[in-house]
Design a protein around this ligand. Structure first.
Ligand SMILES: [Zn+2]
Length: 261
């Protein structure tokens, strides 16, 4: 009988030790810098290439956390590769690396389609008449647990610092959702820059921020975030007040990063 209890106690202790080791290994893995083959897979990501060394470590840490927790699911026949996971995770991580690397903990899955995907859509006109139709999207933030992305559009965004980046766009929406929309509604700089964009779009002028941002303040916040990171120097010169507001929010100034080599 006594021998049996000793065995049970040993088994419990061994189990505890194993769990401790597992937790320690997991924490170590979370804090390790990216291995060279991961970095090689990210060579084609202009924003990642621009990161100063210290900045890159912070981003990699936040990306690791996202990679460990979030499920990446291929849709429409797409097979998810490590490169896809990495390309999405590092760019998403740039938004939270200086704020809170746990910011994406509510996110459960990222769904990836090969190209634009079609969703059912309802539109109500000024007389209240509702038309049901379909819309092709490059990205969608459904709720705080799911983000849908088109891989073709992610790749198109890697072509250069053109201010088009569907990953930054949808993850900015995600942060806005988490704040119950207060991010996109907040601040005078955001509102006045939004009014300026609407006026410029009405006049058919070329704008630094995607004209799609004139849809509403929610889209404006997401499109302004794309330009804040991708065309940082021009953004700072053109929209200094809005640049300062986003810099204070993201707690980073990409205009200080060197240009992509
Ligand atoms: Zn959007």
């Amino acid at each position: 009988m006594t021998a049996l209890w000793v065995l049970v106690a040993l088994a419990v202790l061994a189990g505890g030790a194993w769990r401790l080791r597992w937790a320690r290994d997991r924490a170590r893995a979370l804090h390790a810098p990216f291995p060279p083959d991961w970095r090689a897979m990210l060579a084609g990501v202009p924003l990642y290439r621009r990161l100063p060394a210290a900045e890159r470590e912070r981003v990699e840490l936040a990306a690791r956390r996202l990679l460990q927790r979030v499920g990446f699911i291929g849709c429409g026949g797409l097979e998810v590769t490590d490169r896809m996971r990495l390309v999405i995770a590092v760019q998403a991580a740039m938004l939270v690396a200086h704020r809170d690397p746990r910011a994406y903990d509510a996110l459960y899955s990222v769904l990836i389609y090969p190209a634009e995907f079609v969703v059912e859509d309802q539109e109500e006109d000024e007389f209240g008449l509702v038309t049901v139709g379909q819309r092709a999207l490059s990205g969608q933030t459904i709720d705080v647990s799911r983000i849908v992305l088109s891989w073709q559009d992610i790749e198109a965004g890697l072509a250069g610092d053109d201010g088009y980046n569907v990953v930054l766009h949808e993850f900015a929406h995600h942060l806005d959702h988490l704040s119950d929309g207060t991010l996109s509604q907040g601040g005078l700089s955001l509102r006045s820059a939004y009014d300026d964009l609407c006026a410029a779009v009405d006049r058919d002028e070329d704008t630094l921020i995607d004209p799609y941002g004139a849809e509403d303040l929610v889209e404006f916040f997401a499109t302004a975030t794309e330009v804040f990171f991708e065309r940082a120097a021009s953004f700072r010169a053109t929209h200094p007040a809005l640049h300062a507001q986003l810099r204070d929010f993201y707690r980073v100034d990409p205009a200080e990063w060197p240009e992509a080599r």
